[in-house]
Design a protein around this ligand. Structure first.
Ligand code: ATP
Ligand code: MG
Length: 559
């Protein structure tokens, strides 16, 4: 089990330690408000990996009484869409975090970025290079040999003129770039005169065709942070080797503040994929039914699956932040959900594979009711009324014609407790011509109302049931991992080769207790003996649909 999986106290991660140091007297940010940001690229829906980043970014601000901005990192004019922007906001709010009025688009800063680039050129710290992308690759050198650019010593005036003409659209895409003049021999290849602007005639979702040159991420990001007054720019480990460039940009331009980049490990979870590009493929090629398919690791998918914001925050908190990438077990995420729902979900009864049970000695025209507690862990949730009459439904698997060892449910001669109602004794069954059981028979003991035996006799089996007279039909959707391979996208693997064909099983003709008729979308329940379920967004009062969020058995603890 990866170290990160273990339940850990929330306090004390290395990021908090760094911030604490920075705020001390004489520290980098003494007397300042901690200011972080979450900077998604609006090219897809957020996934559970982003939830970790959100908890780290907003969480650090919260912990230190600071603030956190939400910034759409839309400097790369591809695939950006208002649909994504709205969904991103919705997901973050749902998780329970707020950015108040601090919502920004990185593209708002294109003008300033351009000016900072001009400043670099004027300082002799950037130049227009005319190497093609291939030539640049050929000339990037290796550990023994420095990179080469014949344009490096181009006079400042010439670069200034060319850069302006690049901006004015006088050159075709890819013809020229602006490069920072840093160190062609650096052991860190990101510092070998990195490209900071390129020509790319792409329509931008916000700035339209105003720009045909766009800044590269490594140049844009520190400027965005500095403009917004970010103190701690928290990002994932792949940016570690880019930090010297981040700092270089801050140091060499007249940006208004000095942010500090700190990297932490990306979250990976087994049996799923986590990149927006791959998730988009699953959606576009219809392997799943949309971004919010309950099998998706997206936040909207998890929400539809029945995940609560609290369970996801708890998960993110407990996996902790570290400097080592690792893969967390899916079962730990489920464990966090189960914990939450065990406390908070009301109980109910539903039968997914129904067979009729007839209580032959119960009067035909009689109905009685029982008051049952909604949630034993939350007495304030009150109680509900369930009804009982001569015919019920029970699970087909709760009846056997002949007893087998260890089986305590219905078989002729055995006493069973119908949860919260009566003790009944099985007397037999009726079968159709094919030998399938169509009805099970039992007799009830009127002295056991509520399910207790007056004489203390032992009844081992307790089963769930619904009243046939007033139960409602419903559909139940059961989910398994979307991928059969624990790491479907490592190495040379094509994740599409590992799709689990049985990841969704739809059961129709299920029977739910009548109280569920008014259950609202996204409400969670514990269905006795079956697991935790949530009302799906496809559900209507006439056609209830439940998703199984997680089973009752804890695969995480077991291990
Ligand atoms: P993807 O490959 O899924 O598109 P990304 O890093 O390109 O991921 P962004 O929209 O750029 O996605 O990410 C916004 C923020 O979320 C970044 O700070 C990024 O580091 C963080 N983030 C993305 N994926 C993860 C992850 N799996 N674990 C932790 N943080 C993540
Ligand atoms: Mg990205």
């Amino acid at each position: 089990m990866p170290e990160e999986n273990k339940t850990q106290p929330a306090a004390g991660n290395f990021i908090n330690d760094i911030i604490t140091e920075d705020l001390k007297p004489g520290g980098r940010y003494e007397g300042k408000t901690v200011h972080t940001r979450f900077p998604p690229e609006p090219n897809g829906y957020l996934h559970i990996g982003h939830a970790k980043a959100i908890c780290v970014d907003f969480g650090a601000a919260q912990r230190f009484g600071g603030i956190c901005n939400l910034r759409m990192d839309d400097t790369n004019p591809t695939k950006e869409d208002v649909e994504y922007v709205d969904a991103i906001k919705e997901d973050i709010s749902w998780l329970g975090f707020t950015w108040d009025d601090r919502f920004y688009y990185a593209s708002e800063y294109f003008g300033q970025m351009y000016d900072y680039a001009v400043e670099l050129i004027k300082k002799g710290l950037a130049y227009v290079c005319e190497l093609t992308p291939e030539q640049m690759r050929e000339n990037r050198g290796d550990l023994k040999n420095p990179a080469v650019s014949p344009y490096r010593d181009r006079p400042v005036e010439e670069s200034l003129g060319l850069f302006e003409r690049m901006k004015n659209g006088e050159f075709e895409d890819g013809k020229m770039t602006l490069r920072a003049k840093i160190d062609l021999a650096s052991g860190n290849f990101n510092m070998r005169d990195p490209v900071i602007y390129r020509i790319n005639r792409m329509h931008h979702h916000r700035t339209g065709d105003e720009w045909c040159i766009y800044p590269m991420y490594d140049f844009a990001h520190p400027i965005e942070d500095a403009i917004e007054g970010i103190t701690h720019s928290l990002c994932t480990l792949e940016f570690e080797a880019h930090r010297p460039l981040y700092d270089w940009v801050i140091e060499n331009t007249s940006v208004p503040s000095v942010p500090r980049q700190i990297e932490f490990a990306r979250l990976g979870i087994n049996n799923t994929v986590m990149s927006k590009r791959k998730l988009r493929t699953l959606v576009e090629e219809k392997y799943v039914n949309g971004w919010d398919d309950p099998r998706m690791p997206t936040l909207c998918g998890l929400r539809r699956r029945g995940y609560t914001p609290g369970s996801i925050r708890s998960f993110c908190e407990r996996i902790g932040v570290s400097k080592t990438n690792s893969v967390v077990e899916y079962s730990f995420l489920e464990h966090c959900l189960r914990e939450d729902l065990n406390m908070n979900a009301d109980r109910a009864m539903t039968v997914t594979d129904p067979v009729k049970l007839v209580i032959t000695n119960y009067p035909e025209d009689k109905t009685e009711t029982f008051e049952v507690e909604n949630n034993p862990n939350r007495p304030e949730r009150g109680s509900r009324t369930i009804s009982f009459s001569r015919e019920c439904y029970i699970e087909r698997s709760d009846f056997l014609e002949e007893k087998i060892k260890g089986y305590n449910r219905f078989y002729p001669g055995n006493e069973v407790r119908l949860k919260s109602a009566y003790i009944v004794k099985c007397t037999g069954c009726k079968k159709d011509d094919n030998g399938n059981v169509v009805e099970v028979y039992a007799e009830y003991d009127p002295l056991t109302r509520g399910g207790d035996t007056p004489d203390g006799r032992k009844v081992r089996g307790t089963v769930h049931w619904v009243n046939a007279a007033d139960c409602i039909d419903c559909e139940v959707r059961l989910y398994e991992n979307l991928f059969t391979d624990p790491e479907p996208d490592t190495g040379d693997k094509n994740f599409l080769d590992y799709i689990n064909p049985d990841s969704l099983v739809i059961k129709t003709g299920c029977k739910a207790e009548s109280s569920l008729k008014s259950a609202e979308k996204l409400t969670s329940f514990q269905f006795m003996r079956l697991g935790y379920f949530v009302v799906d967004s496809d559900s209507t009062p006439d056609r209830l649909v439940f998703n199984r969020s997680v089973s009752l058995k804890d695969g995480f603890k077991k291990r």
